[in-house]
Design a protein around this ligand. Sequence first.
Ligand SMILES: C[S@@+](CC[C@H](N)C(=O)[O-])C[C@H]1O[C@@H](n2cnc3c(N)ncnc32)[C@H](O)[C@@H]1O
Ligand code: SF4
Length: 443
Amino acid sequence: MYDTYFPVTYYFYPLLEENKELQEFLNSFNVPVTDSVETLLYVHIPYCQDLCRFCPFHVRVAKDFSVYERYTKALCTDIERTAQSQRGTSSTIKAIYFGGGSPSIFSPDQLKRIFETINKSFSLTSDVEISFEGEPKSLSDPARLELLREMGVQRISFGLQTYDEKLRESFNIAATLKDVEAVTSRARDIGFEEINVDMMYNLPGQQLGDLEKDIQRLVADGYDSIDYYNLHYYAFPPKFKQEMAEGKVPPKPSEPIMLALFEQLRSQLGATGYTNVADQVYSKKKDVCEYFRLLWGGGAGAHSAETLAVGSSARGYVNGVAYMNYGNVNRYMDAIEGDQSVVEKISSRLHKPENRGAVMFPKFLHIEKKYQDAIETIPKKLMSDWVSQGIIYETETEFRISEKGKVWTNNMTTDLLESRQRDVGDRSVVALAKKPGKRTGSF
Ligand SMILES: C[S@@+](CC[C@H](N)C(=O)[O-])C[C@H]1O[C@@H](n2cnc3c(N)ncnc32)[C@H](O)[C@@H]1O
Ligand code: SF4
């Protein structure tokens, strides 16, 4: 039923739209949350030391580092304002995620002030999970690592991407493999509970043997969990694409090779003790971390978990609506300093909010039958086609995506979108095709 891989992975739902009226949504922050809703706090720091040539995110490279100080102050104000809203005062935060960009490039003092502002502003659960994403060069600094541990971070995550030195260089990855080694051993010595790395496959010119070598080294280094992404080529700068066309950089693998690489990845990691706990996530634990669980709705079929988002280009979900803060950092800081709202874009409300639980089902690789309302938003014919094609199978308590089906999770997600959302998605894919190299952030 599927024969071509759909290139866009949706991480947030419902989808953001242009020109939506914001005022009604902003009132959601004046409404308390009900007790049963679980909440994630997402904190975004959009700066990086340098730009990797594959990266589609809204990242900035600062020429003048004094902007880090201005951003720290704005972020702390954003945290306080969000926490003081009715939504904030009625929420208890179960997980905190620092994402970017590369939050680790801020100084220990700036990071400490951000943590302290969160601690004094929000109510946190006693076992709140705190994850911190950085890039290996700045993260290998012992002072930063010590500070993060002192601030209660349990999960540390950084981009390793590949061990292939030539590709690292052509991608312009600032961190060296020595930096990676240093952060890994220091983070272990300091005693973080989980070290996660981001890796990518489907790299220019990648063959099965190259991937095998990457995974062998990865397994030898013994990371607790791995986010293994299929490299998307759409954000590559035109100059880099040109170099690929001229043969200076090897070409994108063909689709059959990409699919073979994906199969190899799952079988090699599976054989070495990693469980495929979610789409693109492999872990020594048996389940996905709290960050992903809450970001994607609260569990395999749940839809109500909320995300309070602070920082430029941070994405959240409140009262049935997804939102994004200003992607332009200056505009974000100006708005905070002028006591204005920082929300730039929002989504529509879903016709059935339970559909969020269905759309996130391929991320969890299963959907529990107890989420009947979510399952009912899936067209019956689609479910029966998936079963008859061996893409999903039924157990007593859930529907699970098969090994065959794991290849098609992007296609499945697209088929699960409510029809109006599907139109929004189609429009952004068309816009993307017209503007290759554009930084999109994630979808
Ligand atoms: C927001 S980045 C943060 C990580 C951190 N800044 C670093 O690079 O060390 C999250 C991850 O997305 C992945 N990523 C970036 N660009 C990608 C692309 N074009 N296709 C697929 N994954 C990508 C990378 O693995 C990256 O580490
Ligand atoms: S991959 Fe990470 S370090 Fe590279 S530009 Fe993107 S966010 Fe920055």
